[in-house]
Design a protein around this ligand. Structure first.
Ligand code: KIV
Ligand code: ZN
Length: 386
């Protein structure tokens, strides 16, 4: 039977950390409501101690949503945890996400501490957060570069202290998919109390591997994925929600499912991009302007014969209105004929050949031949059949 993957959305925390993407509380509430309708399980609403604005956002999002868990980020510090607990007081279901660096580079150069001290502080923070009566998730920051034996000891200690979820972030986007998957597998097989917690994967995209690493983690036993809409996040971003949801939908053989209502993906992608003033790159998987656009002659011909020749997802599955045929100098007769027919002009044989030659002259001049250009071409061609 298929296993359920929890979707933990951190668009409003890790995503909102991006310079220029800051949102007002009212805007965050709009996005949080849409995330709830989209079907995410957890919304990380902010880092309450970081600013009065973030505190307020966590309070107001806690009031605004009812079905999802609302999460607030903290460091492994008493004040952070106290403030997060206060911010979450209206949450129908609240979660404190606390943690500390777990790699030697973080332990030495960020905390000037030792593995033992980090382990004790992590376990203490979890127990303290737990005493506030919320669910507790522990993050082992930079787990992707941590010593695996130490990481296993740390995870065992925080689970013993009460962690409900253990997050194994590849904070710097360093890991390769097979090695990240191996880390998760190692924890599953070597942490003796691992069955008492859910393993979460949180991957950054510094090498363009965030989604691949997330999927590898899920295949190897993680049951929660931390993601953002459009993959926004620190530096090169986080794993994108739309990619994970659609990979699991397309590859049913993995037997991993989510509650995401995929037909809502395109609308929320546009909403987040607009509110955050963060354009989506045209070739972005699933939600980019070219994700369902066909421009070369060979592809257009194959697509027009049978969409599945070149599309593994029907655009309607993710709420994209339709596929598109883009006419450029690389387009062929089939696409030109098709587009002309949509405009009410029917061409065959020699007439189509002449039209195509004229079309190429225009296409060489312009990056994309638009409907207006086609109308001009049609008007300047002797018409046999209409
Ligand atoms: O990337 C990271 O390690 C994080 C943690 C705070 C969870 O965002
Ligand atoms: Zn992160």
């Amino acid at each position: 039977m298929a296993k359920k993957i929890q979707i933990f959305d951190t668009t409003l925390r890790d995503g909102e950390q991006v310079p220029g993407c800051q949102l007002k509380t009212e805007e965050k509430i709009v996005i949080a409501r849409e995330l709830e309708l989209l079907g995410v399980d957890v919304i990380e609403a902010g880092f309450p101690i970081s600013s009065p604005g973030d505190f307020l956002s966590v309070v107001e999002i806690s009031k605004a949503v009812k079905k999802v868990t609302v999460c607030g980020l903290t460091r492994a510090k008493k004040d952070d945890i106290d403030v997060a607990a206060e911010a979450l007081r209206h949450a129908h279901r609240g979660r404190i996400h606390t943690g500390i660096g777990s790699s030697d580079v973080h332990i030495k150069h960020k905390f000037k501490s030792t593995r033992q001290q980090v382990l004790e502080q992590g376990a203490w923070a979890v127990a303290y957060a737990k005493s506030k009566g919320y669910e507790v998730e522990f993050f082992a920051e930079d787990a992707g570069r941590a010593d695996l034996t130490f990481l296993s000891q740390l995870i065992e200690a925080v689970i013993a202290a009460g962690a409900d979820v253990v997050n194994i972030p590849d904070t710097t986007g360093y890991c390769l998919p097979n090695l990240y998957g191996k880390r998760i597998k190692h924890l599953v097989e070597n942490v003796k109390n691992i069955d008492q917690a859910i393993i979460s994967v949180h991957c950054h995209n510094d090498l363009g591997l965030a989604t691949a690493n997330t999927i590898s983690g899920l295949i190897n036993g993680a049951r929660q994925a931390e993601v953002t809409i459009n993959g926004i996040g620190e530096r090169a971003g986080n794993t994108s929600l739309e990619e994970v949801a659609m990979i699991l939908q397309v590859h049913r053989d993995l037997e991993l499912t989510t509650n995401i209502k995929s037909e809502k993906i395109y609308a929320i992608s546009k909403l987040v991009s607009g509110m955050m003033r963060m354009p989506v790159q045209a070739n972005k998987a699933i939600v980019g302007a070219n994700a369902f656009a066909h421009s070369s002659g060979i592809h257009q011909d194959g697509f027009l014969k049978h969409a599945e020749n070149y599309e593994i997802i029907n655009p309607a599955q993710v709420g994209v209105p339709s596929s598109s045929i883009v006419l450029t100098a690389r387009s062929g007769r089939a696409a030109l004929k098709h587009r002309m027919e949509l405009l009410g002009h029917k061409y065959e044989g020699e007439e189509l050949n002449t039209l195509y030659e004229n079309f190429l002259l225009v296409a060489d001049e312009k990056k994309e031949v638009k409907d207006e250009d086609l109308q001009v071409l049609a008007a300047n061609l002797p018409v046999l059949v209409r």
